[in-house]
Design a protein around this ligand. Structure first.
Ligand SMILES: [Zn+2]
Length: 313
């Protein structure tokens, strides 16, 4: 079964060379920032500042312009090199973002909407995800988890140091298993309480300390829907900077049939036939049911099964 051209998975295929060796070289970073080809993203919490231009919305500023608009934040993060030109992320706090909301030169909007509505060139989504997740980590890790003292922004944003107990803290990414349980020609989809009406998707949950991806996949499906699973096949992964997740997409072989829903986690869950799921992906389901937006990995996990089937080894 073919559903036509495959849309691009959001926030992936970043062309940024992270150039980690530059992070500890303050002189080189200053020189890169002062070059005419340097650019910066302006990010405040969930919000991104976009410039209105004749050609559309542009997320790139000169570093000097971003610093000025953002209130001259001291700590700007180096994301890496894009075709040799430096890319930075400049943090905007609420007091810097608020006045821009009524400034005709800018659009202030969240990154989910930017991706889902295709408001900027796709090449910017990976670096925006990198910047947003990194700046979010800084905003939440101002104090040492070991001794409670204030920590310092170092390594161009890729570490925070505690000068009191000498602990070094590194940016975190939280792994999430997101999976489709399959039984022959049917798959298991669920509805979270926060989903819009009619939308069904994969089940998902955080991978816990000491847990393998495969075990997390089996545990989450069993906890949320009461289905036992056997073999698990890795599909693909996606950075998901809301605030700092890495979605790890899998297919799982269901070994049982009866669904028992954990109502604290899910609004509903049930089996769907392949043809019905194809119509949900194509947005032509007779009852208006839909699958997630193609920007999200759930769409691609579901579509891979519908189009190609999954072989467990
Ligand atoms: Zn400390």
């Amino acid at each position: 079964m073919s559903l036509g051209p495959k849309p691009r998975l959001g926030y992936t295929a970043s062309r940024i060379d992270r150039a980690a060796v530059q992070r500890s070289d303050a002189a080189a970073l200053t020189a890169l920032e002062q070059r005419a080809d340097a650019r910066a993203f302006a990010i405040g919490g969930e919000m991104v500042v976009l410039r209105k231009t004749a050609a559309g919305l542009d997320p790139l500023f000169s570093p000097a312009a971003a610093r000025e608009l953002g209130g001259y934040a001291a700590d700007i993060a180096f994301l890496g090199l894009y075709d040799g030109a430096a890319r930075f992320a400049v943090p905007f706090d609420g007091s810097a973002i608020e006045p821009l909301k009524t400034d005709d030169r800018f659009t202030i909007i969240d990154l989910r909407s930017i991706a889902a509505r295709g408001l900027v060139e796709a090449e910017h989504l990976g670096p925006l995800a990198e910047g947003k997740a990194l700046l979010n980590w800084h905003a939440r890790h101002r104090f040492c988890a070991n001794c409670g003292a204030a920590t310092q922004f170092v390594e161009a944003g890729w570490r925070r140091d505690c000068n009191n107990c000498k602990a070094a803290h590194f940016p975190r990414t939280d792994p999430v298993a997101i999976m489709l349980a399959i039984a022959g020609d049917r798959c298991l989809l669920g509805r979270s309480h926060r989903f819009q009406p009619g939308m069904w998707s994969c089940l998902a949950g955080f991978i816990e300390p000491g847990e393998a991806i495969e075990d997390a996949v089996r545990r989450e499906i069993h906890e949320e829907a009461g289905i036992a699973c056997g073999r698990v096949a890795y599909f693909a992964s996606q950075p998901w900077p809301f605030p700092a997740s890495l979605m790890i997409g899998c297919h799982a072989e269901a070994l049982s049939h009866d669904v028992t829903i954990d109502r604290s986690e899910l609004d509903d869950a049930r089996w769907f036939a392949r043809d019905e799921v194809a119509s949900m992906l194509g947005r032509n389901h007779p009852n208006g049911f839909s699958a997630p937006h193609p920007v999200a990995i759930a769409y691609h996990i579901i579509r891979a099964w519908v189009e190609d089937g999954i072989e467990f080894r």
